[in-house]
Design a protein around this ligand. Structure first.
Ligand SMILES: *C1O[C@H](CO)[C@@H](O)[C@H](O)[C@H]1NC(C)=O
Ligand SMILES: *[C@@H]1O[C@H](CO)[C@@H](O)[C@H](O)[C@H]1NC(C)=O
Ligand SMILES: *[C@@H]1O[C@H](CO)[C@@H](O)[C@H](O)[C@H]1NC(C)=O
Ligand SMILES: *[C@@H]1O[C@H](CO)[C@@H](O)[C@H](O)[C@H]1NC(C)=O
Ligand SMILES: *[C@@H]1O[C@H](CO)[C@@H](O)[C@H](O)[C@H]1NC(C)=O
Ligand SMILES: *[C@@H]1O[C@H](CO)[C@@H](O)[C@H](O)[C@H]1NC(C)=O
Ligand SMILES: *[C@@H]1O[C@H](CO)[C@@H](O)[C@H](O)[C@H]1NC(C)=O
Ligand SMILES: *[C@@H]1O[C@H](CO)[C@@H](O)[C@H](O)[C@H]1NC(C)=O
Ligand SMILES: *[C@@H]1O[C@H](CO)[C@@H](O)[C@H](O)[C@H]1NC(C)=O
Ligand SMILES: [Cu+2]
Length: 600
């Protein structure tokens, strides 16, 4: 029996273990098919069961997969320390030659940061780069009441100057899979990133965790070199990597990433798109995926042969090693069209190897790519039962009857090249975001200064309220016709995806199509080409939270806005001012290079 929907917990005022203010939770009275491995209910006695291969829904101490982590979370009191050294170096991931990179602990991707649900992470970042600032963002982490740890230069902090350090500390109120990356200019495009796993319960069972599969595009030139070119036409990556590995496009050098499985066991794979400009259709030959999370949010499991992952997005999937013991291709295909392209004719692949067979290049056949498996550049369908959060919640529709505030997304002309080609910038409501590295928004907040420059594209949102937004891609008036999909990512919150449509203009008449009953909930969603995306979130986390396109070129060219939420309740660590002083000592006087983009 599936009890979650009927629980009084979700429908009433609740006091939270973590000591935060109580919040009103809206709940649906309707019930839907469980499709899930568990019947746990929040906080009932069953939650004392032990997490294991056959009881992944369990956690302990009154927490389980049935606990909605926006409402309640454990505090283990444990601090998990990490040190990340960022250095200027070179990398040759596929044997085709060295490229300038800025790596974390001299590896790509950087180390897996791993903690348990309820732990605190304390991560010291040493900027050992000669000529770049940095700032590390923990993608998807809610940063509940810790906005100053969000790692966004010019908004939540001054950048970390070369030769200096800072320590981030935050509570793992969520669990699941994510990544961390530099949010300083386009720096993550030169390798300044790693993966992040917070162990917790799951909506389906598996024996072992194969860990993160970080999928990325990979370029000949650095992101710093490519970024100005992308303002005219985005450069094409020459290949892509799975956990930093792939065979060279001519097939003669490099290695495939591999993972070994045992017959009859079930495995969890954590798929993460860490690209600069590429989305992926991901599959494993012969082995369908059971999808159990979208971003950090546990979902009712569904089965798919090929899944779409936009930049910044994560899907955790389970595979069952129930095929003839052999080697099988894991494929990350870049869908043709507007969601990127890739020059590598051999594709972006890895190998899944059964332990009792000889390791070798697979001869397995890809799933067919028609019907539900066809290439696309939109999220896993929002109109089916896919991506349905495990916790049933609904978004109030009465207050608005869908009258979301418009946020137009457009490309704008920013001049011409010497051969008369258009140089463009991206804008939200015609403003391209441009941060001041030396005057972050949290400094305004500390000073009680509300004279935010227009180029900060800052939106004041009401306290403790549901807010509704329609991102609408337009080309007129004042824009240039360039309609492409954008992965929209919000910091400080998961948002609810109420609807999305390609090549369409949102009007209030379309509100009848919006889904308020347990809609998908995540931190990154695709704004479809030339169309709209309606999202909702509840303002319940004090901070200045950027919402931006996760295509590195687009955010570097201003495709971002920021929401300022209950500024009088934002807490800022005393180290904030020291970090700013160190940055101001360095920049611009001692800097070799100057800021040449939005700064984030
Ligand atoms: C992954 O996919 C998209 C395409 O939607 C891409 O634009 C994006 O930058 C990707 N990378 C990350 C880290 O999300
Ligand atoms: C950074 O690394 C690149 C590649 O190794 C090297 O060419 C360059 O000189 C380095 N820069 C500095 C300032 O050390
Ligand atoms: C498979 O991956 C492991 C590391 O996980 C590595 O040690 C091994 O060399 C790889 N095998 C091959 C044949 O590439
Ligand atoms: C590998 O192990 C499985 C499970 O024990 C068995 O069914 C299969 O026949 C084995 N395959 C080979 C090639 O040994
Ligand atoms: C293998 O496992 C999948 C689920 O992951 C299932 O759909 C399929 O029927 C199984 N195949 C066999 C041959 O047991
Ligand atoms: C660019 O356009 C201007 C104005 O139309 C024209 O005078 C100039 O010759 C053009 N330059 C090139 C390189 O086409
Ligand atoms: C964005 O512009 C539209 C159209 O002018 C306006 O209705 C909307 O309120 C603006 N959004 C914000 C957050 O100001
Ligand atoms: C507010 O910030 C702006 C921009 O930095 C600055 O010019 C202004 O003097 C500040 N106002 C106050 C009252 O501090
Ligand atoms: C960061 O370093 C790269 C590589 O040295 C350089 O191309 C870029 O201009 C630097 N950016 C800034 C703002 O320092
Ligand atoms: Cu974009």
């Amino acid at each position: 029996m599936y009890l979650l929907h009927t629980l009084p917990l979700l429908a009433s005022w609740v006091a939270y273990a973590a000591g935060s203010a109580a919040m009103k939770r809206q709940a649906s009275s309707t019930s839907s098919a469980a499709g899930s491995a568990t019947t746990l209910t929040p906080d009932d006695a069953d939650t004392e069961c032990t997490n294991g291969p056959h009881s992944r829904a369990c956690w302990g101490d009154g927490f389980s997969i049935a606990t909605d982590f926006d409402q309640k979370w454990p505090d283990t009191g444990k601090t998990v320390p990490y040190t990340l050294d960022i250095t200027n170096t070179t990398l040759n991931p596929d044997g085709t030659g060295d490229r300038l990179v800025m790596l974390i602990n001299n590896q790509y991707p950087g180390p897996v940061i791993r903690a348990q649900w309820g732990d605190w992470l304390e991560i010291t970042v040493n900027n050992k780069l000669p000529n770049n600032g940095t700032g590390i963002h923990w993608h998807g982490i809610r940063q509940f009441e810790t906005c100053d740890q969000d790692g966004v230069p010019g908004i939540t902090e001054c950048p970390i100057a070369p030769g200096t350090s800072r320590t981030y500390r935050f509570h793992c109120t969520q669990f699941g899979t994510s990544w961390y990356h530099s949010h300083w200019s386009v720096q993550y495009g030169v390798g300044t990133l790693g993966t992040l796993v917070i162990d917790g319960p799951a909506t389906d069972n598996y024996d072992e965790d194969l860990g993160p599969f970080a999928l990325t595009d990979w370029y000949d030139e650095t992101a710093f070199f490519n970024n100005p070119l992308a303002r005219i036409a985005p450069p094409q990556p020459y290949t892509g990597l799975v956990n930093g590995m792939n065979v060279s496009p001519d097939g003669t050098k490099g290695k495939y990433y591999n993972a070994t499985v045992k017959s009859a066991k079930k495995y969890r794979l954590r798929l993460i798109n860490t690209s600069v400009d590429s989305a992926f259709m991901v599959s494993l030959d012969n082995h369908p995926f059971t999808v159990i999370t979208s971003d950090f949010v546990p979902i009712k499991p569904y089965v798919a042969e090929r899944v779409f992952i936009g930049i910044g997005q994560r899907l955790d999937v389970i595979i069952e090693a129930n095929q003839t013991a052999s080697n099988y291709w894991f494929r990350a295909d870049v869908p043709a069209g507007a969601c990127g392209s890739n020059a590598n004719p051999k594709g972006i692949r890895a190998i899944i190897h059964y332990d009792n067979t000889t390791f070798g290049n697979p001869t397995s056949t890809a799933w067919d790519t028609t019907g539900a498996n066809a290439d696309r550049c939109t999220d896993e369908s929002y109109n089916s039962n896919k991506l349905e959060p495990y916790w049933d919640s609904f978004v109030p529709s009465d207050a608005l009857t869908a009258n979301p505030t418009l946020l137009s997304v457009q490309a704008q002309e920013a001049g011409l090249t010497t051969d008369n080609r258009t140089i463009f910038r991206w804008a939200i409501n015609t403003t391209s975001l441009n941060v001041d590295w030396d005057k972050p928004i949290l400094e305004y907040v500390q000073e009680g200064n509300t004279s935010y420059p227009a180029y900060e594209n800052l939106i004041d949102v009401p306290d403790v309220a549901w807010t509704y937004w329609v991102l609408q891609e337009i080309s007129t008036p004042g824009g240039i016709p360039l309609n492409i999909p954008h992965p929209a990512h919000l910091h400080g919150h998961d948002f609810y995806v109420l609807g999305a449509q390609e090549n369409s203009v949102y009007t209030n008449a379309l509100s009848a199509q919006l889904n308020f009953e347990n809609p998908p909930r995540r931190d990154t969603a695709m704004l479809p080409a030339g169309g709209w995306l309606v999202i909702a979130f509840e303002t319940n986390n004090p901070g200045a939270w950027i919402m931006h396109c996760h295509i590195a070129w687009h955010v570097a060219d201003g495709l971002a806005t920021q929401f300022l939420e209950t500024p009088d309740q934002i807490k800022v660590d005393p180290s904030f001012n020291e970090i700013c002083s160190a940055w101001r000592d360095y920049y611009p006087e001692h800097a070799v290079y100057l800021k040449d983009d939005s700064g984030v």
